[in-house]
Design a protein around this ligand. Structure first.
Ligand code: F6R
Length: 264
């Protein structure tokens, strides 16, 4: 795992966009997170697109998760959010932007279909992730099987409380979601987790330096062969090995790209 520390959330967004830009070519598949953390990264990618520096033409995208029971045109459905905040502002073909069908009356089947669709697309090249304060990635809450595939998850009460800020009241927050599983995320060719703010400091410590444990689902990234974690100073504040992570970045060998992979 590589840990990059930036002074501010905009530094995190720049670094995340730099890595994502290494993966932009026709036929490649991006896994996209919603929530508030990636918004600055998406804005930076839109800026680069508008400046003519990058293109998403010929690419596919798969959202990490979707609430159950929100229609796709609800402004808090992730299908809507990812379009509103990102993909409709760049040259993604709308039909190539996928999300789980949260309106299916057989959501467990919709989850299986989504997992198969990811496999059929050739798997995810780069999976962007945020992290919940309780260590969830996607909506994989504590106690999720580390090998789980896309499935229906019951949201943790804390997640419902945290996400109430996007709704008029806590009661309106859906209590179930379809989420890519931890096993699905592990099969992405690169995982890129971003976290900002002191509220994420404990989760960042647990996922980077704690044991691999379903108690902190994001810690499964320690098993990922190519995971990069980018955090701002506040989110890094509980890490023990900050100086080593900075040293690692300063000493990155010439042959390694920003994404930690050999330069192509
Ligand atoms: C969203 C998602 C969640 C969020 C997490 C953090 O698609 O999968 O895991 O990344 O809840 O949310 P924010 O960024 O709003 O703090």
């Amino acid at each position: 795992m590589e840990v990059l520390i930036r002074e501010t959330s905009s530094g995190v967004a720049q670094a995340a966009a730099d890595i994502m830009c290494e993966h932009l070519s026709p036929g490649k598949v991006l896994g996209l997170a919603t929530g508030s953390t990636p918004l600055e990264t998406y804005r930076e990618l839109i800026r680069r697109y508008e400046a003519g520096e990058i293109s998403f033409s010929g690419m596919k995208a798969f959202c990490l998760d979707e609430y159950i029971g929100l229609p796709g045109d609800h402004d808090q459905s992730y299908r809507y959010v990812i379009r509103n905040e990102f993909t409709s502002h760049v040259d993604f073909n709308d039909a190539d932007v996928h999300s789980p069908n949260g309106m299916s009356d057989r959501p467990w089947e919709a989850a299986d279909e989504y997992e198969n669709a990811i496999v059929d697309a050739g798997g995810i090249d780069l999976q962007l992730l945020g992290v919940g304060r309780n260590g969830h990635i996607g909506f994989n809450e504590p106690a999720t099987s580390l090998a789980s595939t896309t499935r229906v998850e019951i949201l943790h009460q804390q997640t419902v409380r945290d996400n109430a800020r996007f709704f008029d009241s806590e009661d309106e927050v859906p209590k179930y979601a379809i989420t890519q599983g931890l096993g699905t995320i592990l099969r992405s060719r690169q995982a890129l987790l971003i976290a900002t703010g002191a509220g994420k400091a404990q989760a960042v410590h647990d996922l980077v330096e704690g044991p691999v444990s379903a108690a902190c689902p994001a810690s499964v990234l320690q098993l990922h062969p190519n995971a990069v974690v980018i955090v701002d100073e506040s989110a890094a504040s509980q890490l023990n090995e900050v100086e080593y992570y900075r040293h690692m970045e300063a000493m990155r060998p010439e042959w390694k790209g920003l994404d930690g992979l050999p330069k192509r």
